[in-house]
Design a protein around this ligand. Structure first.
Ligand code: F6R
Ligand code: MG
Ligand code: MG
Length: 383
């Protein structure tokens, strides 16, 4: 029997700003998932939230992109949205881009991460979920977990990992993907994934047997919708232990609060702060970007857990450093590099400001016009 783990998430409105999911909306989604479990569509499920994102963690045997499973998630979000609207919550139904469900949720707004696996005798896995950032934010920790021996000694000393992994990298602008080998091609890998707004690690496979190790949600809502409609807060499923990184090796990757885009108005860099479920609320300056990690085991599709992995004093120093970095970044105010570059900002009045000021710009004699504008950063004529 093959088991599929599906994590499907959406922001369907929250209390007092883009801050935290309302329990009544979770209860509405719970009703739908409980019924789907009764009807045998899913085997088990767990509902949680990080900040304003509702996260549906489901297990079943129907494979990826299954119409019934996705339909269940869609209905759960629709029912939750109804409650959200009744309560007058903020940005009710934000991530549901369409009214009609057509087979699966691809391109419809919700973020999706799914993996179909042959369960090992014991199948431990972690679901990492972030708010106020974007899918490429998981490039850095996935590299640490599966490629960097300074993070993951198992790559050196565990014979089942020693051969390395294959990374499937997606170009979210072109809609193309490439699979690269680690450790042989790490410089090529880094050349791509160091631009996380464009190149996103979608899946990682163990080289020895092709077994899947991770999957990330890759939806970039704003690219789909063509305008600002909220942030593409991502999820990452990671299988751990016995041929994959140990649980602690995956957690270690988040011990450094690295900078991610997506804070305040989707337009600022801030440190990714790992927190407990209890603290998964976006407060200061609508953040700082938050991460939770829930650990599970799955057996014949039944879930054991979760364990709230960052609810731990071992991450206090990471959080303290994240707060210091938040102070430091905030003191830049509206200046880059706290504020994102123009091409990556999700709110921007810049074109309007430029339009308004156009008649007031005067030609400067003797100054050569640049060959490209700051809006074409990825062009090959970068030099
Ligand atoms: C960022 C985010 C928030 C909002 C901000 C303004 O991803 O969700 O920081 O961008 O609160 O929200 P609006 O424009 O809805 O008032
Ligand atoms: Mg929101
Ligand atoms: Mg969010």
């Amino acid at each position: 029997m093959k088991t599929t783990i599906s994590v499907i998430k959406a922001d369907i409105g929250s209390i007092a700003g883009h801050h935290v999911v309302h329990p009544d909306t979770m209860a509405a989604a719970n009703k739908v998932l409980a019924q789907a479990k009764k009807d045998g569509i899913i085997i088990d499920y767990y509902i949680t939230n990080v900040g304003d994102d509702m996260e549906l963690i489901m297990t079943h045997t129907r494979g990826e992109l299954d119409e019934k499973v996705h339909g269940t998630a869609w209905e759960a979000f629709k029912e939750a949205t109804k409650v959200s609207k009744e309560l007058g919550l903020y940005a009710a139904g934000q991530d549901l881009l369409s009214d009609t469900f057509s087979g699966n949720l691809k391109g419809m707004g919700p973020g999706i991460a799914e993996m179909e696996i042959e369960e090992r005798p014991s199948e431990p896995f972690v679901v990492y979920m972030a708010d106020k950032t974007e899918p490429g934010a998981f490039n850095f920790p996935q590299y640490k977990m599966f490629v960097d021996p300074f993070n993951t000694p198992g790559l050196v000393i565990d014979p089942t990992m020693h051969e390395g992994f294959k990374l499937e990298i997606l170009d979210v602008y072109e809609g193309e993907s490439v699979t690269l080998n680690a450790p042989e091609e790490i410089y090529d890998i880094l050349a791509l994934i160091g631009t996380p707004s464009r190149y996103v690690i979608r899946r990682i496979y163990r080289k020895a047997d092709g077994n899947i190790g991770t999957v990330t949600s890759i939806e970039r809502l704003n690219l789909i919708a063509g305008k600002y409609v909220g942030k593409d807060d991502p999820v990452l499923i990671v299988r751990v232990q016995h041929g994959f990184p140990a649980l602690g090796e995956t957690l270690e990757a988040f011990s450094f609060p690295y900078l991610v885009p997506g804070w305040m108005r989707g337009s600022h860099y801030g440190p990714l702060m790992p927190v407990s479920q209890r603290d998964a609320r976006a407060t200061r300056f609508d953040g700082p970007p938050r991460l939770i990690g829930l650990g599970f085991n799955v057996k014949n599709g039944k879930l054991a857990g979760p364990s709230d992995l960052f609810d731990d004093p071992a991450f206090d120093e990471t959080r303290r450093l994240a707060s210091q970095i938040a102070d430091y970044m905030r003191r830049h105010g509206p200046f880059m590099p706290h504020r994102l570059e123009p091409t990556e900002m999700e709110y921007t009045t810049l074109p309007l400001v430029l339009e308004k000021l156009k008649p007031r710009f005067k030609k400067e004699e003797g100054m050569v016009k640049a060959k490209q504008s700051i809006y074409q950063k990825e062009s090959s004529e970068m030099d």
